[in-house]
Design a protein around this ligand. Structure first.
Ligand SMILES: Cc1cc2nc3c(=O)[nH]c(=O)nc-3n(C[C@H](O)[C@H](O)[C@H](O)COP(=O)(O)OP(=O)(O)OC[C@H]3O[C@@H](n4cnc5c(N)ncnc54)[C@H](O)[C@@H]3O)c2cc1C
Length: 581
């Protein structure tokens, strides 16, 4: 043995046994390693490297026992729990005696020891990169190439309240937007300012725009070529005779939702979009051709209203626990549906309900989606009075022995869970778009008010405490916008399968980030307005209303707690997947 004591620590450590590694790399099987588990002869494995700790054990700062129990074994997990990379850098090279056969580290060491180490390493990485690219291509198809028509800088647009609009409206450069987006933005803003914004207060106070709900507005929106944008790309040309904007993509949809949300009412945006954006896509993506033909055009052109019914009085976050049953009739031609759905947006005006029902056993594998129609016997609805989104038609729905033809099954029986999950990304993404603009509206209103209102002889905005509130709002809003645009870019360059596999966790986390930003901005804006945003109507009208709408964004589509849990679980899954690469 060639041991020596280091001058500074007094720890006895072995001379570098790999000093001649370039000549020979020692490989050991786990069986061989297992034999070295006695006092005076102890080896451990950490990340595929084999270390002789026979002497080092005496000096182990954490004590000898914890190390001794790992002798002869793979101690990676325990080691990583208590040590940083610096420890391995310090002791690793001197204690290492070789590698585990077939391990990643062993293969890398063998390459490094080969006479053509550099070429071997390059060859290995090129091969690995090719293999990863091939796997990604075979799973998701080739990535779409970046668009070269991006404008980068566009002319100033809007009222130019600093940060009152996304930064690309205010002459900051952006890698995302093209001429077609600029034109679409103008079309959307003009339309919303004419047909929606002036009526928002009344529609909210009246719990919606009357008998026909929003049908007449959606019809107009369809005629003017806007409405089909609500189901996202691709533009649903096979169901509508209106042409969409050129190269319609998720940024167009973002602009559409964002511009509509400038009206400053969750009730109205949901009154128009809350049912169709979540109730119709399952039919578009999974419905039979007959069902699509029968249902989709009417919903997009405003003849019919559709909503999504998942939540029940006893099953909200826990979707897999839903209890509404759909049993096949004896003749096999119908499902007989019994159960209740709660907090259903647009339900009160709906002609169609996309309903999650239990057709099989307990849990997610027994769920199907059925299209139920208003006129079917046994369907009853009741408007629910809630804290916010008054104009969105929040509804309690009862299904009492409703006879639903089997042709109204969406996709396959017992595959409903998959369809519901598939739908969630788009729903959450639209909630993010809306929450973000609502946060901006609160900020913009507060900024303008603070510039006008005077206290103690000067405008509110001259008081540092008020500017701090605005600054806090800005940083939250702009970080949300950047993340949203980055994720939206992913949507424009990935197919659905890749989106669903890669983006679910990030979209969930961003949903929480966006609704918390909205909540923060509503609170701080209301504080800046003082009594003026405590009053319904008047200068603080938008802020007062949005303050009440906040929970309607933080809870549905996956509440904040559920989103954080899901997002972090996805991160763990990703970590495990990446560590195998
Ligand atoms: C305005 C509005 C509109 C809606 N529109 C629709 C619609 O159109 N269609 C539809 O189907 N549903 C709709 N919903 C229902 C919505 O999806 C549910 O409210 C939501 O899923 C939460 O379910 P819950 O209210 O039953 O809360 P619960 O599931 O009972 O949860 C209560 C609280 O506990 C938390 N929680 C639950 N489980 C956990 C856990 N494991 N760990 C930590 N925290 C947890 C939740 O985050 C929540 O804060 C709407 C709700 C609202 C408020």
């Amino acid at each position: 043995r060639h041991n020596h004591r280091t001058a500074h620590s007094g720890i006895r450590i072995r001379r570098d046994p790999l000093a001649k590694m370039s000549e020979e790399v020692k490989m050991y099987s786990m069986e061989e390693i297992a034999e070295h588990n006695k006092e005076g002869d102890m080896w451990v494995v950490i990340n595929g490297e084999v270390f002789d700790i026979s002497d080092f054990i005496e000096a182990h700062p954490g004590g000898q026992k914890v190390l001794a129990v790992e002798a002869g074994k793979d101690a990676t997990k325990r080691y990583e729990l208590f040590h940083g990379a610096d420890v391995m850098r310090k002791y690793g090279p001197r204690l290492r005696i070789g590698f585990v056969k077939g391990s990643k580290a062993g293969k890398a060491a063998a390459r490094a020891a080969s006479p053509n180490a550099k070429q071997a390493e390059e060859k290995y990485h090129a091969k690995r990169d090719r293999a990863i690219a091939m796997t990604l291509n075979s799973m998701f198809g080739p990535a779409r190439k970046p668009d070269t028509n991006v404008l980068v800088r566009t002319n100033p647009y809007g009222q130019l309240v600093p940060y009152g609009d996304p930064s690309w409206y205010q002459t900051l450069n952006s890698p995302y937007y093209k001429k077609t987006h600029v034109e679409w933005r103008q079309k959307c803003r003009q339309w919303m300012d004419t047909h929606i914004t002036p009526f928002v207060k009344k529609w909210n106070e009246d719990y919606g725009p009357g008998e026909d709900g929003y049908k007449h507005i959606i019809k107009q929106m369809y005629k003017d070529g806007l409405m089909p944008a609500c189901v996202g790309p691709p533009w649903p040309s096979m169901y509508v005779d209106k042409k969409g904007p050129e190269e319609f993509d998720s940024f167009h949809e973002l602009i559409f939702v964002d511009e509509m949300s400038r009206c400053g009412s969750g009730g109205v945006t949901w009154g128009i979009l809350g049912g169709i954006t979540i109730g119709l896509p399952p039919i578009i993506h999974f419905g039979s051709e007959e069902l699509k033909k029968r249902v989709v055009p009417g919903c997009l052109n405003g003849d019919k209203v559709i909503c999504l019914c998942i939540t029940e009085p006893h099953a909200g976050s826990d979707v897999a626990g839903l209890q509404t049953t759909a049993e096949k009739s004896e003749c096999g031609k119908y499902y007989i549906v019994n159960g209740s759905k709660k907090w259903i947006t647009n339900g009160i005006w709906s002609d169609y309900y996309t309903v999650a029902v239990r057709t099989g056993g307990k849990g997610p594998k027994g769920i199907s989606l059925l299209l139920i129609e208003k006129d079917m016997e046994g369907v009853s609805t009741r408007h629910m009075k809630c804290m916010g989104v008054w104009a969105s038609g929040t509804t309690y729905i009862n299904f009492d022995n409703v006879k639903v033809p089997v042709s109204n099954l969406i996709g396959k029986e017992n595959k409903g869970w998959k369809y519901v999950m598939y739908n969630f990304n788009h729903e959450r993404w639209t909630i993010i778009c809306q929450s973000l603009r609502f946060a901006r509206v609160c900020y913009e209103e507060a900024f303008k008010y603070a510039s006008r209102r005077e206290t103690f002889g000067r405008s509110l905005i001259k008081h540092q405490a008020i500017r701090m509130k605005l600054a806090e709002m800005i940083r939250k809003i702009e970080s949300t916008q950047s993340w949203l645009e980055s994720l939206t870019y992913q949507l424009t360059t990935m197919n659905k399968k890749e989106q669903n596999m890669k983006l679910g966790g990030a979209i969930a986390l961003l949903k929480t980030h966006a609704t918390k930003t909205f909540e923060f901005c509503a609170r701080e804006a209301a504080q800046i307005f003082g009594g003026a945003a405590y009053t319904r109507g008047g200068v603080g009208e938008k802020v007062e209303r949005l303050y009440r709408d906040v929970r309607a964004y933080a809870i549905p589509g996956g509440s904040e707690e559920i989103m954080m849990d899901f997002g972090s679980r996805e991160a763990v899954k990703k970590f495990e997947r990446f560590s195998r690469m």
